[in-house]
Design a protein around this ligand. Structure first.
Ligand code: ADP
Length: 646
């Protein structure tokens, strides 16, 4: 417990009351209402913070060893006081200044916080899951405590510049200046009525063993001894004043693989990621060669809230010879693998390495290449298990991964040329014959028709729009499978993948359809004749639509629809252009090509119609509507249709 002498020489300034940032208040409410079924994780979170604080001190002390003061041995003490009903986690790490306590314990700096809050439903189970993904950290203390007192002093500040932070987890907290001889932080939890079980050494040891065994610092608890009762008083455990380590205190990744159980890997993952769910896969290796390092990398099962923030950096922590250097070291993995979590411990980098230096280091380049390859082989393993896995759980893993991270992986096509082929093999799509996103390019190729020369695909905003697009009609009629792509990145990514395994990728909405040898002679001849006899009509259409369409031509790709829009080969699809426009980006104005179905009654009717201009415009606008676009002048469209209906 806290030395009582400490209270005496306190120079207590008047405490000031400050409100929590709105998001914190909301989070706290959730923590206390949704997480009680998994109470004990609070200890993992607080010990993890203590360990991070020690890592930070060690890192800052590389350049300023005075920060160690007279305490170079870093550790975490866990103690409890049954009478006062308090549990204290004390570290001698970096500590916090008054301002840092206000900033770090009163606000959430994480990106994605707003989005997270907006996804909460009020359903406790679902919300508990979401909080797990978000990570509650320090605030998890309020699962078991109705009041938390944090006393801290930042390393390097004088003893009279300590801070006490107090809150009951309602709307606000108090801070006051205190004197604090020792550097670092004590988190004092005033336990709730129903959390008395944590006032027990045995219970605490078992929770620490479960969650924090791999923490590289010693976690110390006071030894207890059995004492016989006297004068009719019952016997009991008494504290001896001697502290002993209750964890192994060796960083998990430095231990031999064979000594680590799957449960330990999973717990380690949860500690570094703040994820409540087990990872899908991990890989632990010592790499020796031109540069030496240990990698322990995890594939999470769930995407974090801020996955789409490309600036967030990877989830990989960099250590140099077991000294923590930095979080989220973006130089260690390419951005498209930013979902990976883990640790890389280099034997060669200098301890004072900076982010800038990392970008240029040859060792880092080798680590990045090696780690990228490692992640790709983990994913290939998961993909293999999809077919060959021993359990249903194993078989489902790749699908789970892909649903969460598939779209991010596609960024790699444009980002990592060297691994493009390996990446392409990992991609999965829905198709005109398979609704689920499970078709690999290899599967597709294996099913290609005799004489089919390209892998056909279409991009659209939604699966329904893709499936029902008129451009698919001829393919459906001929029984040719078309991949349906609905991720925002697809169009962009496909720019970097013109072919797969020697077969070109061909959009069915770009250029004219050339089904090559899939079309028989009679069909080709009929198409040519139609084009010839339609020439005068096409000229008239071109004239009527000269502001809207780049060209008008007859097509064989339509069966049931009268017309559709396509773009020229190599052009930007209308769908991508629309998306960019919505995002406020400059888009070159390209007019699409209108293709008409010579066999369609509506098209036949055009010839000699008194309403030629109206019909031509309706034809064009409907083709636009069919692919999810909007007529440039919707009111004019409605007027024209109404005129015809009347
Ligand atoms: P996270 O650890 O994910 O950043 P937390 O809510 O757990 O979120 O903690 C918020 C911040 O408070 C930490 O980033 C750190 O700056 C500070 N903090 C928490 N615990 C400690 C501690 N024991 N020592 C020093 N700083 C701490």
């Amino acid at each position: 417990m806290y030395p009582s002498s400490f209270q005496d020489d306190m120079t207590s300034a008047t405490p000031s009351k400050l409100p929590f940032q709105a998001e914190v208040a909301q989070l706290l409410h959730l923590v206390t209402h949704s997480l009680y079924s998994n109470k004990e994780i609070f200890l993992r979170e607080l010990i993890s913070n203590a360990s991070d604080a020690c890592d930070k001190l060690r890192f800052e002390a590389i350049n300023d060893s005075a920060l160690y003061e007279d305490q170079p041995e870093l550790s975490v003490h866990v103690s409890f006081d049954e009478k006062a009903r308090t549990l204290t986690i004390r570290d001698n790490g970096i500590g916090m200044s008054r301002q840092e306590a206000i900033d770090h314990l009163g606000t959430i700096a994480k990106s994605g916080t707003k989005d997270f809050m907006s996804r909460l439903t009020g359903d406790q189970k679902a919300d508990a899951q979401l909080i797990g993904q978000f990570g509650v950290g320090f605030y998890s203390g309020f699962i078991v405590a109705d009041k938390i007192v944090v006393e801290s002093r930042r390393a390097g500040l004088p003893a009279d510049q300590g801070v006490r932070w107090t809150s009951t987890g309602a709307g606000d907290f108090e801070v006051e200046d205190i004197a604090r001889a020792e550097r670092g932080t004590s988190v004092i939890l005033h336990l709730r009525e129903d959390a008395g079980e944590y006032l027990n050494a045995w219970k605490l040891k078992s929770v620490i063993g479960k969650y924090s065994d791999h923490i590289s610092l010693p976690i110390l608890m006071e030894k207890e001894e059995w004492k016989e009762g006297e004068n009719d008083q019952p016997g009991g455990m008494v504290k001896t004043g001697e502290w002993e380590a209750v964890n192994k205190a060796s960083a998990l990744w430095t231990r031999p693989k064979k000594d680590i159980t799957p449960e330990q890997y999973i717990e380690f993952y949860k500690t570094i990621s703040h994820d409540f769910e087990a990872p899908l896969a991990w890989s632990h290796n010592r790499v020796e060669g031109s540069t030496e390092y240990t990698q322990l990398l995890f594939i999470p099962a769930k995407a974090p809230m801020d996955l789409w923030n490309r600036e967030r950096g990877s989830g990989v922590k960099l250590y140099v010879k077991r000294v923590f250097i930095m979080d989220d070291a973006e130089a260690l993995l390419p951005s498209y693998l930013r979902f990976v979590k883990g640790v890389i411990d280099s034997a060669d980098l200098p301890l004072n390495v900076s982010r800038e230096l990392l970008q240029e280091s040859r060792d880092v380049k080798a680590i990045r290449e090696g780690s990228t390859k490692r992640v790709l082989s983990m994913l290939e393993d998961l993909a293999r298990q999809e077919k060959e896995g021993e359990s249903e759980e194993d078989k489902a893993k790749f699908g789970k991964f892909y649903a969460e991270f598939g779209a991010v992986l596609k960024e790699g096509l444009g980002e990592d040329f060297g691994n493009r082929e390996r990446l392409a093999k990992l991609l999965r799509f829905a198709s005109s014959t398979t609704d689920t996103v499970t078709v690999s390019l290899a599967d597709y190729k294996a099913r290609m028709k005799e004489g089919q020369e390209a892998i056909y695909y279409i991009t659209a905003d939604t699966l329904a729009a893709a499936k029902n697009s008129p451009q698919l009609e001829i393919f459906r009629k001929k029984g040719i499978e078309v991949l349906l792509m609905t991720d925002r990145v697809d169009e962009w990514a496909l720019n970097y993948m013109q072919e797969f395994d020697g077969t070109p990728m061909q959009s069915v909405a770009k250029g004219s359809v050339d089904l090559g040898s899939l079309q028989d002679e009679a069909e080709k001849k009929a198409a040519e004749e139609a084009a010839e006899s339609f020439k005068p009509l096409l000229e008239k259409l071109k004239e009527a639509l000269k502001d809207k369409a780049e060209d008008v031509r007859v097509t064989t790709r339509l069966v049931d629809s009268p017309a559709c829009l396509v773009v020229k080969d190599g052009g930007m699809s209308t769908q991508l252009a629309r998306m960019l426009k919505q995002a406020g980006q400059p888009v070159p104005e390209v007019k699409p090509v209108l293709e008409v179905n010579a066999e369609h009654p509506l098209v036949k009717k055009l010839e000699g119609s008194a309403h030629f201009d109206d019909l031509a415009n309706i034809l064009f606008d409907q083709a636009l509507l069919a692919e999810g676009g909007l007529p440039a002048d919707p009111a004019a469209y409605v007027r024209r249709v109404n005129a015809l209906l009347a």
